[in-house]
Design a protein around this ligand. Structure first.
Ligand code: UD1
Ligand code: CA
Length: 435
């Protein structure tokens, strides 16, 4: 959107979270709380996007995109004070200023687009919502003609006003010139002695325009219970989105997909699958029940799980199979390679069409450093093999089951590293009399 700036208020500590960490940093559906609003600003192509930071501002600023302008509000003297701090960076800006909170992750992009469109001829365009329990919110006071006249905070409201069910979600689009003129004049004449952004309503000479939205969209996250609710709603939306895009889910209620995961059509997700972080799964792959993937890239036509764990840095090319109780970390599997049961593959490059037997362990850590294992194309690793890294299994080699492999195995060779079996006379041993 042209000539749109966005201010996101993220200064609050979030006392009700009862957490030492700023609530802005807590993940909701796999994405830090404040990034839900900031990403909306980016999607609207707002420029600049300004974040007002306070509590743990160093930590919060670290997770923000470089393009976000950070402004510090040392003392939190109210929403009006926060916008004053941000507006200082918009000296010559002409256009619209969208104000969002950093703790309302359920807001929809379409709603904000509508609000921006609507704001064209007004000083203030805002959202409203009619809710069952208005307690704690600012109430919308309208005149007899139905125009918004005032927003009155809970603490400042009369008994009559407290019965108003239409509330202020705190999302506005202002005309920049209007803010320039009126922001400096805010007074802290209220019960909380704060500078209220909502006092600007009275300064608008033009009618205030508004859009009513369902309560679900403006739910704020103030404690961990509200966070869990928001998480659930967002995850439902994410799942619905992917099902519409051609992803099949056996039980979408137990399927957890983080916000930034990317899926292709014909992906099948069985019950209890968890896809975290930046996972990417290509067409036709199936993730079987109770598998957990984090920042893993799965190519087309792969089969993962059940009960598999793919950790960050895992890349599977086309047609790979990772079976039950296999853990893979920072490893690349080329086409059609398999580790079907009970293995740990870490810091490993696996070539094409390899077969890694049950119980294979890459010993990648010597207590100080991590070391790499290289397995070239068409290698067969027998069951219960221990590969002590750094080590290379060259193309087409075989490893005998039960081997401990400490040195490289040449091309096409059979590596055996185990004690030889001996069978001895057992006449003198006691017999099991039960048989
Ligand atoms: C505000 C609104 C109220 C609305 C409610 C919706 C005002 C005066 N009141 O009340 O009408 O119904 O939001 O949730 O605006 N923040 C800062 N710096 C500050 C103060 C707040 O960054 O100095 C941030 C907070 O981190 C928070 C948001 O602004 O994300 C809202 O602040 P909060 O103090 O919770 O406002 P409310 O009293 O809930
Ligand atoms: Ca609040």
């Amino acid at each position: 959107m042209k000539d749109l700036a966005c201010i996101v208020l993220c200064a609050g500590q979030g006392t009700r979270m009862k957490s030492a960490r700023s609530k802005m940093l807590h993940d909701v559906a796999g994405k830090p709380l404040c990034l839900w609003s900031l990403d909306l600003a980016t999607q609207l192509q707002a420029e600049p996007v300004i974040a007002v930071l306070g509590y743990q501002r160093e930590l919060v600023s670290q997770i923000l995109d470089k393009s976000v302008v950070c402004v510090t509000q040392d003392q939190q003297l109210g929403t009006g004070h926060a916008v004053q701090a941000a507006f200082k960076t918009l000296d010559n800006f002409k256009g619209r200023v969208l104000v969002l909170y950093g703790d309302t992750p359920l807001l929809g992009l379409e709603t904000l687009k509508k609000l921006c469109d609507l704001s064209a001829k007004a000083d203030i365009a805002m959202l409203t919502s009619t809710v069952r329990q208005p307690f704690g919110y600012g109430r919308i006071v309208r005149d007899s003609a139905g125009h918004i006249k005032q927003i009155i905070e809970e603490r400042d409201a009369s008994e009559f006003q407290k019965n108003i069910a239409e509330i202020n979600p705190g999302i506005y689009v202002f005309d920049a010139d209007f803010l320039r003129k009126n922001l400096p004049n805010l007074k802290a004449n209220n019960q909380k002695h704060e500078y209220y952004l909502t006092d600007l309503i009275a300064d608008s000479t033009k009618p205030i325009v508004s859009i009513e939205v369902p309560e679900e969209e403006i739910l704020g996250v103030n404690d961990l219970l509200q966070m869990a609710r928001a998480d659930r709603i967002l995850r439902r939306r994410i799942n619905e989105h992917w099902m519409r895009e051609g992803v099949q889910m056996f039980d979408y209620k137990t399927t957890y997909i983080d916000a930034q995961v990317e899926l292709a059509p014909d992906v099948i997700l069985e019950q209890g699958v968890i896809l975290r972080g930046l996972c990417k799964i290509a067409q036709g792959s199936r993730i079987a029940a109770y598998s957990v993937l984090q920042d893993a890239v799965v190519g087309p036509e792969c089969h993962v799980g059940p009960f598999a764990r793919l950790r960050p840095g895992t890349v599977l090319e086309e047609g790979c199979k990772i079976g039950n109780f296999v853990e893979v970390k920072k490893s690349h599997f080329k086409k059609k390679s398999k580790a079907n049961h009970l293995a740990y593959i870490g810091d490993t490059k696996v070539g094409e069409a390899c077969n890694i037997g049950a119980g294979t362990i890459t010993c990648n850590y010597d207590g100080l450093n991590k070391h790499e294992t290289k397995i070239d194309d068409q290698v067969f690793v027998g069951s219960n093999t221990t590969l002590i890294a750094p080590v290379t299994l060259h193309e087409g080699s075989y490893i005998a089951a039960g081997s401990v492999i400490t040195s490289d195995v040449p091309k096409g060779a059979l590596g055996i590293g185990r004690a030889r079996q001996e069978n001895k006379d057992a006449k003198s041993l006691p017999r099991n009399r039960a048989v």
